[in-house]
Design a protein around this ligand. Structure first.
Ligand code: IPE
Ligand code: IPE
Ligand code: MG
Length: 253
């Protein structure tokens, strides 16, 4: 397994575009409500935006796009909405995977998939296998995902792999077992919909990610807004604990 060292310890080169963008796609319900439409319509429109974002990432040569589609807490929603979201997920996989494949996109789904029904699980498996050789864009959908779940499942796997180890465990012992071990940590995090919280998304991986919040509801997000987020990212100085002078070469160290 390709494993990236943590960006919290290595300063990535100043790059024109972020290599990894992670998004909490929030605001579908409010978008629909403001138009006197059922929440369902907002989720359907939200899927269209995913398509647009994938295209935008391919055009901008962003290599990793990670999208929070359904949190481990979203099961608390009314049963009708949960069922509808599962159906929409399955339908989107059926309709979109071939096109993703043609465009060189590798699809992964992270999260506790065991809670999904077996037909959805097999759609996910087929989509992952069918796109496994693609390298242009690694699209990851977080579904029934929670950051705490991710850390705990990694801890359990780490302990099971070396049950007799008595030394102190380090971050690098754990990292290969995290769901996103195949990718560098996100450079840019975007949350639409106005809330300024992480909602149990990639807790470990967002340690040094640049955060961008916008009030725009996800179905109304677009490439202009995306470029605004990228521009904001490009204007930040990522210091990872160092001083500004160290980064600009004005001091030794
Ligand atoms: C995000 O939109 C999509 C999911 C969580 C599945 P919401 O459904 O949370 O929309 P709001 O926040 O109620 O507007
Ligand atoms: C977060 O959205 C998860 C997804 C976008 C899938 P929520 O709308 O569920 O977040 P909270 O619970 O309001 O923080
Ligand atoms: Mg919401």
């Amino acid at each position: 397994m390709a494993f990236f060292s943590s960006s919290t310890r290595q300063v990535p080169d100043a790059v024109a575009v972020p290599d990894h963008v992670a998004v909490i796609m929030d605001g579908n319900g409010r978008w629909a409500k403001s138009r006197f439409l059922p929440r369902f319509t907002g989720h359907v429109k939200g899927v269209e935006l995913v398509r647009e974002m994938v295209r935008a990432c391919l055009e901008r040569k962003i290599h990793y796009l990670t999208l929070f589609a359904f949190s481990s807490e979203n099961w608390r929603r009314p049963q009708e909405e949960v069922t509808m979201l599962m159906q929409l997920f399955a339908k989107s996989l059926q309709q979109e995977v071939e096109k993703l494949h043609r465009n060189g996109v590798r699809l992964r789904v992270i999260g506790d998939l065991s809670r999904f029904d077996s037909s959805l699980q097999s759609l996910i498996r087929d989509a992952e296998l069918g796109t496994a050789d693609n390298t242009k864009l690694e699209l990851t959908i977080a579904a029934n995902y929670g950051g705490r779940w991710d850390i705990m499942q990694a801890v359990n796997k780490m302990l099971a792999a070396q049950p007799s180890k008595r030394d102190t465990w380090s971050e690098s012992d754990l990292e290969p077992y995290l769901s996103m071990a195949f990718a560098p940590e996100p450079d840019l995090f975007i949350r639409t919909g106005g809330e300024e919280r992480i909602s149990n998304f990639l807790l470990w991986q967002l340690a040094y990610t640049e955060l961008y919040f916008t009030k725009t509801l996800w179905p109304a997000f677009n490439t202009t807004e995306f470029d605004r987020a990228i521009l904001s990212y490009q204007q930040r100085e990522r210091r990872f604990g160092r001083t500004s002078e160290q980064l600009t070469g004005q001091s030794d160290a």
